[in-house]
Design a binder for this molecule. Structure first.
Ligand SMILES: C[S@@+](CC[C@H](N)C(=O)[O-])C[C@H]1O[C@@H](n2cnc3c(N)ncnc32)[C@H](O)[C@@H]1O
Length: 199
């Protein structure tokens, strides 16, 4: 995809601007692991990444990708299992349980909604759990932290989810939030990016 309209790369750029080595970052939708890997590289060996997915298949691919790159990975399938103090913790759970897994404010959060590329298109992010996860995310962000969400409006159910996510971002009070949207205005089916920065 040409760089200008590659919305995922814009999402990553928004987090590159604020994340530093040693930070805590979250990937709400690990999928095939590209965003998790991106976050792990920026926060480095002294930082922490927590990544969620409901599909075991996705987390297996993500874990392998990270291991190949020499990134420390821990799997935590429930709250009893220990989390990594540094490196990446992969959680097999819905991102709506985010707040149960956090013990400190988060600097950067990324979500790439929709279905797993190459996977089952029926396993898809859904408005209710997405909105719950994004509400937890806005609470969990550190001052100066950013939440970047790539929204896909064109798959079945996508329009409903995109409406709910738009409403959430539009409701963030201007006094406490800088909010940005990056879109492809000549393609209504294209994904777009919403970013919220806590002031
Ligand atoms: C577009 S993919 C993510 C792509 C990924 N960020 C990457 O870099 O490859 C969306 C992912 O969200 C996952 N997902 C769907 N509902 C979820 C939920 N409630 N909680 C966590 N992950 C979910 C799907 O299983 C799928 O792997």
């Amino acid at each position: 995809m040409p760089h200008l309209v590659n919305i995922v790369s814009h999402a990553q750029k928004m987090l590159t601007e604020i994340l530093q080595p040693g930070d805590l970052a979250v990937d709400l939708t690990a999928g095939n692991g590209s965003d998790t890997m991106f976050l792990a590289e920026i926060v480095g060996p002294t930082g922490r990444v927590i990544a969620f997915d409901i599909q075991e298949q996705a987390l297996a691919v993500t874990a392998e990708k990270l291991k190949q790159a020499g990134v420390a990975v821990v799997r935590a399938d429930n709250l009893e299992e220990p989390f990594a103090e540094t490196g990446v913790t992969l959680v097999t759970a819905s991102h709506e349980s985010l707040s149960e897994y956090l013990d400190s404010p988060v600097k950067g959060i990324i979500a790439n909604l929709g279905y797993l590329p190459g996977g089952d298109m029926n396993i898809v992010t859904r408005p209710e759990s997405t909105v719950a996860a994004l509400n937890h995310s806005t609470s969990a962000l550190a001052i100066g932290g950013r939440l970047a969400v790539v929204v896909y409006p064109s798959h079945p159910g996508g329009a409903e989810e995109s409406g709910a996510v738009n409403a959430l971002f539009e409701s963030l009070p201007l006094k406490r939030w800088n909010v940005l949207r990056i879109e492809v205005p000549n393609s209504s089916a294209a994904p777009y990016l919403l970013v919220a920065e806590k002031r």
